[in-house]
Ligand binder design. Structure first.
Ligand SMILES: Cc1ncc(COP(=O)(O)O)c(C=O)c1O
Length: 409
């Protein structure tokens, strides 16, 4: 009976073209963004065009060296939760570095970015009695999950719509606890939120602000500390959350805030207390990566200049980048789940290009897309290869080019 229920659900996913299939990608250290799908000799390598290792830091020799050294010194695992035996000295170093980066008093490291959002929001919403949460409608699943695991009243505001947010805020008593949660860069559309305007509203209506900078840390701001830092307004955000799995190139999540907020999360968040801490080698690698990115600008400069060049190639070839994009994330509209999946397969098989199809429920039906991310390591030649391959694939599958579209996307 149980298998039947589950098989029925899986069948529905398959029928809708939403069933997820993993592509094996064996990344080749030192040759980023190249990978091999079969791990056999003389096999052609594949060019990865949709990695969240935005700056190639996972293969940076300084990061790898820090990880090697820590493994040799401390072994593979941490040995326990932070509270019970799993608290190596590197945590203090990393948390001080993160707090300093975001201009906050304290920071707290979690095993993943997902768990940092989930556990922190759950914790704060339980601690602030009668708290209301105002959440951007396009917030990430980790944020939604954290909110849903509490009884807090939740109002979704229209994406990046400060007028709607203000209307919702103004309907609540000034002294009722409130949190506004939003992201700086939205990962599927590549757009940037009006951080200053939201922070101003928070001040006016007595709300705390929680900003997810997962797709910005490492890449934006003078020292890579994110969009809020770049705007010089980190101080007007109460809690800045980030990941060390994307721009930083390793794994792990964190929140930074005042001493009191961090102490409360450390003391009350179930998802922090009752889980094994990250291995010391991971923490050492994260620390090395962040310290490196605080002073090295070359990676982010290359990322942004190459993004502009790739955009030009796409524009000239009629490959439709969605208008929402204001960042290094380039969503390319396909608009059909089955075509998107088939086109991705063809790109891999015929052109040795890996681009993951992004279908519903991750994005709305009709806006299925490829999410293209260039990195500092993609050459001009590879950009041209990608553009040419997309042109052929769009023609083959009858996917609309930008010049044949009647409305803006
Ligand atoms: C906006 C946002 N927040 C949080 C996360 C989770 O981060 P992590 O991959 O480190 O768990 C993601 C992951 O893609 C994300 O897009």
């Amino acid at each position: 009976m149980y298998d039947n229920i589950l098989n029925e659900k899986l069948m529905k996913l398959k029928e809708n073209g939403q069933y997820r299939e993993f592509v094996t990608l064996n990344r080749i250290c030192g040759q980023y963004p190249l990978a091999k799908t079969n791990h056999i000799e003389n096999e052609n390598s594949v060019v990865v065009w949709c990695s969240n290792d935005y700056l190639g830091m996972s293969q940076n020799p300084i990061v790898i060296d820090a990880m090697h050294k820590a493994i040799d010194l401390f072994g593979a695992g941490s040995g326990g939760s932070r509270n019970i035996g799993g608290n190596h000295y590197q945590y203090k170093e990393l948390e001080s570095s993160l707090a300093e980066w975001h201009n906050k008093e304290s920071a707290l490291v979690f095993p993943t970015g997902y768990s940092s959002n989930d556990a922190t929001l759950q914790c704060l919403l339980r601690l602030f009695e009668n708290c209301i949460i105002f959440s951007d409608e396009l917030n990430h699943a980790s944020i939604i999950n954290g909110i849903r695991s509490t009884k807090a009243e939740c109002f979704k505001f229209k994406h990046n719509d400060t007028k709607h947010l203000e209307k919702l805020l103004s309907e609540q008593p000034y002294n009722r606890p409130k949190i506004i949660v939003f992201e700086s860069i939205y990962s599927m559309d590549g757009d940037i939120s009006p951080i200053k305007e939201i922070a101003d509203l928070a001040k006016k209506y007595n709300a705390l602000t929680y900003l997810d900078e997962v797709h910005a840390v490492g890449m934006y701001g003078p020292r890579g500390a994110g969009i809020a830092a770049g705007l010089g307004i980190s101080d007007s955000i109460n809690i800045i959350q980030g990941t060390m799995a994307k721009g930083i190139g390793v794994i792990g999540g964190y929140v930074t805030a005042s001493d009191t907020i961090i102490d409360a999360i450390r003391s009350f968040a179930s998802g922090f207390i009752f889980t094994t801490s990250l291995p010391p080698a991971i923490v050492a690698a994260c620390y090395a990566s962040i310290e490196y990115l605080k002073t090295s600008c070359i990676e982010r400069e290359k990322l942004h200049s190459k993004t502009e060049t790739l955009k030009k190639h796409f524009k000239n070839a009629g490959i439709p980048i969605m208008n929402s994009s204001e960042s290094h994330i380039l969503p390319v509209l396909v608009g059909d789940a089955k075509k998107c999946k088939a086109a991705a397969q063809q790109l891999l098989m015929k052109y040795n290009i890996y681009l993951q199809a992004i279908n519903s429920p991750t994005v709305p039906i009709g806006t299925e897309r490829f999410r293209v991310n260039i990195t500092p390591n993609h050459s001009d030649e590879k950009m041209i290869q990608l553009t040419d391959a997309l042109v052929e694939i769009f023609s083959l599958f009858n996917i609309p080019f930008s010049h044949s579209m009647s409305k803006t996307i």
